[in-house]
Write a new protein. Structure first.
Length: 478
């Protein structure tokens, strides 16, 4: 399946394989029919495959894309039955009980599946039987439909590997001369049970319906989306906002019922000229209150290019996360304050981008440059409290040398081509370098920091280095 997925967008008639890194070796993971005709097989080392077929084209496996593609196929397959499950990473199991009467025969159902999938440029093998094990055996080592009551006759000539056995068991059966399922059926069960144990007996019973086996159906994906079609095109701001309000209400009601909240909303407007315009809203906190979300769309909707009119609007919550209900408290002022701050971040982020709004978080280090970390404000919560006695300047920069060699701040000094007079000084606060880290900026030894207020109004953060007497300015307070 992985090779078919890639070849749909990059078709080629040359031998092609998808490779996967396993046990420090690059191995073939999935091949097209041309590569298999040349003698290549899944699990073969890439170097050996290149030696046999120098023209082999390869591409690395993308398991996430393969899994997503298989899920899309499973959703497509529910056109034939409501019960669809997965068979490993490259197959589907369909329980078509009660669905075959929509076709003239079961063979016609399989033919319809083949025709549709081949039109999507997919290679498919299928089988239909009264049991999951029987259908698996026919799809992998045979073809067609097994009529009722003829399961033993259909599976008997197939190899023992059709029972979904591991390679070691299949190899042992081959050495013993038990090459087909029919050979196993004529062998006494007690003998097989003593030699191969429960796994082999269970597979035989599952194939012939003596032991039940169920399909683990794929859980349906919850979709938080709503769509609104208009009999006549709209284009006015008020009309779009009114439609958006209705769509928001439907999505928020579903989010509330699931105790979920959304962080990303995407509005897609389909215009009458077949073009579409999109508006994406990123939220600084998970929300599900339509009255709070709607005003955040105002600026984007005003700038929306409606063209000759909009005949459809679709709204979808792209990113959702758990948002459990909370007990309301009359004195919960801090929670309300955080919500107001998050809404402000959202409004600013809609203009300049949420990633550009940063939050300073305290870090566990007494070195000024390492005493904080900068994180996107929308994706983190405030952590810890800044210590009052260790307040740092709002603006921190690399140390800049000034005049002076005394231990106390100089009464008059020059900095950045400006002359300053000291009005007041508070300090010193001695900070030692972190001996376990080799920082070139701290090779001058300990620093004595002072808060200096100048008569010119500037409030500077200065330090003195006793080992190499000199004064520096490293920051400025607001």
């Amino acid at each position: 399946m992985a090779s078919d997925r890639i070849l749909r967008s990059h078709p080629t008639s040359a031998p092609f394989a998808v490779t996967s890194h396993e046990e420090s070796t690059e191995r073939l993971y999935c091949l097209n029919s041309r590569a298999m005709q040349l003698g290549l097989a899944s699990g073969m080392g890439l170097s050996d495959a290149k030696a046999l077929c120098p023209d082999l084209l390869t591409r690395s496996a993308d398991r996430y894309a393969d899994d997503r593609f298989l899920k899309l196929l499973a959703r497509w397959a529910d056109r034939y039955c409501p019960w669809v499950g997965f068979d490993g990473n490259d197959g589907l199991l369909l329980d078509v009980t009660g669905s075959t009467h929509f076709f003239s025969s079961e063979a016609e159902l399989l033919a319809d599946i083949h025709d549709r999938l081949q039109s999507y440029q997919l290679n498919v093998r299928s089988g239909l039987a009264g049991t999951i094990g029987g259908a698996w055996a026919v799809s992998h080592f045979g073809r067609g439909v097994v009529p009722n009551g003829q399961l033993k006759a259909a599976l008997g000539p197939l190899p023992a590997a059709a029972l979904r056995l591991d390679e070691a068991t299949c190899a042992t059966l081959q050495r013993l001369g038990l090459r087909t399922i029919g050979d196993l059926l004529v062998t006494p069960r007690a003998t097989l049970g003593r030699r191969f144990g429960l796994p082999l007996m269970r597979r035989i019973d599952q194939a012939f319906g003596d032991q039940p086996e169920q399909i683990n159906a794929m859980a349906p994906d919850t979709s938080y989306a709503a769509r609104l079609n208009f009999p006549d095109p709209i284009g006015l701001y008020d009309d779009v906002m009114a439609a958006l309000e209705r769509l928001l209400q439907r999505i928020c009601d579903k989010l509330k019922s699931q105790e979920m909240g959304t962080r990303v909303l995407l509005m897609t407007c389909q215009r009458v000229d077949q073009a579409s315009v999109q508006v994406e809203l990123r939220l600084a906190r998970p929300m599900r209150e339509g009255t709070s979300i709607l005003p955040l769309f105002e600026r984007s909707v005003r700038e929306l290019d409606a063209g000759f009119g909009i005949d459809q609007i679709r709204l979808e919550a792209l990113a959702v996360e758990a948002l459990p209900l909370k007990q309301l408290e009359t004195g919960n002022a801090q929670s309300k304050k955080n919500d107001v701050l998050s809404d402000l971040i959202t409004r600013l982020g809609s203009r300049i981008g949420l990633e550009k709004i940063k939050r300073f978080q305290p870090a566990d280090s007494h070195i000024p440059e390492r005493s904080f970390i900068v994180s996107p404000a929308a994706y983190c919560e405030p952590e810890g409290q800044w210590k009052e006695q260790n307040l740092r300047p709002l603006q921190l920069f690399s140390p800049e040398l000034v005049e002076g060699h005394e231990k106390k701040p100089p009464n008059v000094f020059s900095w950045r081509r400006m002359r300053f007079s000291v009005a007041a000084a508070t300090g010193p606060e001695r900070i030692c370098p972190e001996w376990w880290l080799d920082d070139p900026n701290w090779r001058s030894g300990v620093r004595d920091y002072w808060r200096v207020e100048t008569e010119q109004g500037r409030r500077l953060w200065m330090f003195f280095t006793p080992l190499n007497p000199a004064w520096f300015v490293q920051g400025e307070f607001a």
